[in-house]
Design a protein around this ligand. Sequence first.
Ligand code: FES
Ligand SMILES: [Fe+2]
Length: 429
Amino acid sequence: MPHFAKPAEGSWTEHYPDLGTALVNYEDSISPEFYELEREAIFRRTWLNVGRVEQVPRVGSYFTKEIGVLGTSIVVVRSASDQIRAFHNICRHRGNKLVWNDFPREETSGICRQFTCKYHGWRYGLDGGLTFVQQEGEFFDLDKADFGLVPVECDAWEGFIFVNFDRDNATPLRDYLGEFGRGLEGYPFGELTQVYKYRAEVGSNWKLFVDAFVEFYHAPVLHAKQAVADESQKLQRYGYEALAYQLDGPHGMVSSWGGMSPPKDVNMVKPIERKLRSGLFGPWDDYLDAEPPPALNPARSPVWGMDSFHFFPNFMVLPYFPNWVITYNYWPTSYNSHIFEGALLFVPPRNAFERLQQELTAVTFKEYALQDGNTLEATQTMLESRAVSEFPLNDQEILLRHLHRTARQYVADHQRRQPGTPVQISAVS
Ligand code: FES
Ligand SMILES: [Fe+2]
C-alpha cells in the first residue's frame, strides 16, 4: 500500500519489507553480461517513451528515434487515419534505413505523404503498407501486401508516445503505468508546448543517472554552491528529507519540498532569481489555472514543490506547479554509456518577462544537471574497479534500492523463461 506521510514507526524502506535494508550490489551497473540480459529482459519487454504527440501534429508528421539498446531505429508517424503508428525504420527490399537525412545515424523529423526509400525507390504509405515497387515486373511473385513496414506496438498516454517491442505480450500501456499513470491523468501536459531540450552522451550505466535523479540526499552537498551562502549552510546542516515516497510495481515516486518557489524571504535566493521571480523550481507566478491531479503531492504538504515519477525502466516525469514539467529519458548504448535526454515543458510565455523566467529555469536546470552528470563517470569508473562491490543505501535512497532490485528481477524472470540459460551473474542475487 502507498504511504502518504512518513510512517510513524520505522522508515520508508522498512514499510516495503521485500526491499530489505541490506547492502546493495552494483554489479548490475558494471557487468557487460548483465547489460546484454537487460536488453532483452527489460528494454524489449517494457513500454518506452519516445516522444510527445505535439511532435506529430498533422497527418504525415513523423520523427525517427534511434533505439540503440535494441540495435534498431523506428519511425513514428501520424497515419492517414489520424492514428500514431510506429514501425521499424527498415526498407523491406534490401534493408536500407528508410527515413534519414544526411547522416544515417542521426534522428530526423518532418512531414510527408509517403516514405520513399533512397536506395531503389520503394514507397510506403503512412500506415506502413508497401505502395510502389520500382520495376515491379522484375520480381518473382512479389505480393506487395506481404512487404509492409514491420510495426512496433505504439500507444499514447496523456500525450506521451510509448512503444513496446514485445507485440505479443505487451500489457496495455495504461495498465503498465499503473497507479501513478492514472493519478497523473488530467495534468495539463498538452498545454506545455514551449519546450527546451537537452541531450548528453554520458559515460555511465543508464541506472546510475536514474539513481542521481531519484534521490535528493545529494542536493545540499553536490549543489551547495547553487544557493546563497547562508541557505547553503542551513541546507547542509539539516540535510534533505522527502515529503513522501511511493512504490507501485516497477515504478516509484518521490515527493519533494519546494520552499524556495517563492522563498519566504527573497534574500534566501540569488539576485537574478529575485528579479525574475524564477529559479530551479520554475517561475514563481502560477499562470496556468489548473487543479493538480490526485497523484501530485501525496502528502498534501503545504510546502510541496514537485514530484518525480520514475516509470520503469527509463522515463521520468517531474510535474512542478501545475504549470510546468521536466521529463528525462535514459537510452543505454552500452553497459557503461547512455544518452540522456532532458526536456522542460512550459506554457508558452505571454511576454518577454515570462520568457526570461522560463529561460532562467532552463539554464539553472542545465547547471544542476551538469553537476549531477559530472559525478556519473567518476562513479562508473570506480565501480568498475570492483574494489568495493556492495554499498549501503539510506532511507532517502529507497527508489535506488527499488530500481536495482526491479532490474535484477526482470533479468531473473527472463532467464527463468529460457530454460537452460545459465545464470551468468551469480554475484547479483
Ligand atoms: S533497399 Fe529500399 S528500395 Fe531497395
Ligand atoms: Fe541533483
